[in-house]
Design a protein around this ligand. Structure first.
Ligand SMILES: [Zn+2]
Ligand SMILES: [Zn+2]
Length: 343
């Protein structure tokens, strides 16, 4: 039995060796000198087009710059707009970006198109553009529509041009952009919809501008890579489920002189890494289950412990307390001291 196996192994080894020798010999063969023929199809980069040699050699013929003043090169068809579709607004004064299925790679949206400013990105404009990896949004854009980048799951970078005029970001605009790692919201944005960054599981850094007045429902729900967040003082409302399931969130900082008045139901539920939080002075309402299942929560500090109410019990259910603890009933909690730490 043993000899038989040994023989088999020897034969196998010999076969492999022989194959290797044959391959090497083949590899060393020099190709015959030949004349070159070129593909009838065009190849291109962002500035030029050409024909490639059919044999695969790095030779090009008819190299020339793209030409034409339409959306595509008149010769090779290259898209000057990178697949972005610009549509004239009803008033004829500006263009907007409409639904594009073919935007790929690193896309720069024009600030002017055919002599007119590009002022908005419409609803669903880039939704499901799975090959889109980065987008640069010009300062001329004032609004980003609903679901504009929804499910662009390879989108890594969103850059806003300096002096951005952006004012509003629609519902779900960047929802499920699972490759997005960081974003800085431009300083003029006052309106952010619901679910704007919901499910952005790679998002580690977000800078919310101090013009934002409310954080919409589920705005950052499921952003599991987010470790810290600064809520600007301008924010008065944190919506329902706003940070629900941000399991990596360790620090929530309310900027000084916070104008925050209400924290929605389930707003910080399942923020299991959050060790402590300070509720700003002006908060009058904390929604039901706002801190439910915050298993790491050790301490909540109220700047104004007697100034708030909850719309239901168990605001902190499953977080700080056992079922027998009276503190779990948020209606009674107002009577407690301003800081409570798990013993
Ligand atoms: Zn060749
Ligand atoms: Zn061309």
């Amino acid at each position: 039995m043993k000899t038989k196996r040994l023989l088999l192994v020897a034969i196998l080894a010999a076969t492999i060796l022989l194959a290797a020798i044959i391959l090497t010999a083949c590899d060393e063969e020099k190709p015959e000198p030949h004349n070159h023929t070129f593909s009838v199809f065009w190849s291109w980069n962002d500035s030029e087009h050409w024909h490639d040699a059919i044999c695969g050699h790095d030779l090009r013929s008819d190299v020339a710059l793209h030409i034409g003043d339409g959306d595509n090169c008149e010769i090779c068809g290259y898209s000057f707009t990178q697949g972005v579709i610009y549509t004239l607004s009803n008033d004829g004064q500006s263009y907007y970006v409409s639904k594009s299925k073919n935007a790929t790679g690193n896309v720069v949206i024009f600030s002017y198109y055919k002599g007119l400013p590009v002022t908005r990105i419409s609803n669903n404009a880039f939704e499901y553009c799975s090959s889109l990896t980065s987008i640069t949004i010009p300062s001329s854009v004032t609004s980003i529509g609903e679901s504009a980048f929804f499910n662009c799951y390879n989108l890594q970078t969103v850059a806003f041009e300096e002096d951005s005029q952006l004012q509003s970001i629609g519902n779900r605009a960047f929802g499920s952009c699972e490759s997005l790692t960081s974003i800085t919201i431009p300083s003029g944005v006052t309106n952010m919809g619901y679910e704007v960054f919901r499910g952005c599981s790679d998002l580690t850094s977000i800078s919310i501008s101090s013009s934002v007045t409310s954080i919409g429902n589920s705005a950052f729900a499921g952003c599991s890579s987010l470790t810290s967040i600064i809520i600007p003082s301008s924010v008065t409302i944190i919506g329902e489920y706003a940070f629900s399931g941000c399991s990596g969130l360790q620090t929530v900082i309310f900027e000084g002189d916070s104008q925050l008045q209400s924290i929605g139901r389930w707003a910080f539920s399942s923020c299991s890494s959050l060790p402590s939080i300070t509720i700003p002075r002006n908060v009058t309402s904390i929604g039901m289950n706002a801190f439910r299942n915050c298993s790491g929560l050790q301490s909540i500090t109220f700047e104004n412990p007697y100034g708030w109410r909850s719309d239901g019990i168990f605001s902190f259910g499953g977080s700080l307390l056992s079922l027998t603890d009276p503190i779990q009933n948020a209606w009674f909690f107002t009577a407690f001291d301003f800081e409570w730490t798990r013993s």
